[in-house]
Structures are given as C-alpha cells and as structure tokens.
Design a protein around this ligand. Structure first.
Ligand SMILES: *Cc1c(COP(=O)(O)O)cnc(C)c1O
Length: 237
C-alpha cells in the first residue's frame, strides 16, 4: 500500500487563517461563528493534503466529480468528515454516490431530483440535497432560474427519498465588494422568501454561497456554508 505523508504546513496555516476570517466576518455582521460551515473543496487535491486539513480540524469536504471522489476516498480519513457533492451530477452516476455523501448541493432539475429520489428509496435512504440556483442567469452555468424554483421545490417536497435543506449558488465573477454583496443579498432574499412560503417538507435552513474570492461578502449576506478550494489547498494545477 502506498504511503502518504500527511504533512502540509501550508494547508494547516491556510485553514487557521480562513477559520479566523470566518469568525471575524461573523462577528462583524452580528452572527455566531458556529452558524457558518467551512466546506473544503477538494477537487484535484491529492489525499495527503486533504488529510492534513482533516487532521487540523476540517470537518466537511466537497467534491465535484463522482469518479474522482470514488478513486480517492479510500485514501482520505473520512471517519469524522462529511462529504458534499457540489459539481454537476449526471443521473446515471447517482446510484454510485448517494450512500457515500451527506449532502448533494447541486440539484438543478426535476430529472435529477427524480433519480436521487428513486435511488434513495431503493436503498432505503433519505438523501439530503440543496437546489442550485443560477443567480447570474449565465448560459454556461448549471443551476435553475429563480422563477422556476417554486415549482421544482413543490414537486421535490413530495419526494420521500430526499430532503431539501436549502439552496446553493455559484455567482458570476464579480470584482467589487458592493457587486458581490448585491448578488449574495439577492440570493439571501430569495432564500428567505421561499422559507416564508412554508412549502411542505422543504426546510430552507442552509444557504451555500461564497468561495475563495468572496466568502467574506457571502457570510455578511447570510451564507451558512462557504465552499473554499484554492485559498485552502493552493492553486489548482
Ligand atoms: C471549485 C469550486 C469551489 C471552490 O472554488 P475556489 O475558488 O477554489 O474556492 C466552490 N464551489 C464549487 C461548485 C466549485 O466547483
């Protein structure tokens, strides 16, 4: 068996800095640091660096590709770690991951929701999911348009094999702090509007938004999960 050295002092240092900045952003906006979950995004990151972060206290990781996750997972110390699927998920891959992941953040169609529901029922499971919203209405991005959200959520609320915890978004690349905050604030408003509709079986407690370049702004606008890759593990190759 291959031996991995799990020492990566840069990753541990980055983790400490990010945790500190998350706390500061929470305090600055009158929130408790426990309200925000740091998800370490591990796409393309080798297992030893992931394990270094886990040893230093990272409790949640996010992978984009089913294939990559399955090929790495034996080498990752997952005992006390939750795994989120955050990339576009093909329906034919659903059965291979639903027993391995704690949350699928990237549900963006009825078709995919149906597949997760059916496979979960078959495995006697309830899968936690978020619905991904294309908040910037970008052609190249996944996620559903906000005006289609209610209809999808009503249908998902009837599915016994899944539980909708909230929403996720990958916003457009924005430069100024005020532009970033405006987009996140729009997303938060959508989240609160839906929550107030009390759709059957739709919880709306989780709002996943903010990445390496904008997680501070996202926290200030109400994010409960921030998904951080490059600021934690370094630039992807
Ligand atoms: C890669 C990725 C991230 C992390 O991006 P960074 O800018 O490296 O922090 C977050 N969310 C999704 C969906 C991603 O694909």
């Amino acid at each position: 068996m291959e031996k991995w050295s799990d020492e990566a002092p840069d990753v541990v240092q980055n983790l400490r800095e990010i945790q500190h900045k998350i706390s500061e952003a929470c305090i600055a906006s009158g929130r408790r640091p426990e309200e925000v979950t740091l998800l370490g995004v591990t796409k393309t990151v080798p297992p030893n660096r992931i394990n270094a972060a886990i040893s230093a206290g990272l409790q949640n990781i996010g992978e984009n590709r089913v294939q990559e996750f399955l090929s790495k997972k034996e080498k990752i110390s997952l005992e006390n770690v939750k795994v989120h699927m955050i990339g576009h998920l093909q329906t034919n891959k659903v059965s291979r991951v639903i027993t391995d992941v704690d949350l699928i953040e990237s549900v963006d169609s009825l078709h995919l929701a149906d597949a997760i529901n059916k496979q979960s029922i078959k495995k006697n499971n309830i899968t936690n999911v978020l619905v991904e919203v294309n908040i910037g209405r970008e052609k190249a991005k996944s996620g559903i348009m906000e005006e289609k959200l209610d209809e999808l959520l009503c249908k998902m609320g009837e599915m016994k094999g899944l539980r909708v915890l909230g929403l996720m978004t990958v916003p457009p690349i924005l430069n100024t702090e005020s532009e970033k905050r405006a987009v996140f604030s729009h997303m938060y408003k959508l989240f609160i509007d839906i929550r107030s509709k009390n759709i059957d079986n739709i919880l709306m407690n989780v709002l996943s938004m903010g990445m390496s370049s904008d997680y501070i702004e996202a926290i200030k606008e109400g994010a409960t999960i921030v998904r951080i890759g490059s600021a934690l593990f370094g630039k992807r190759g």
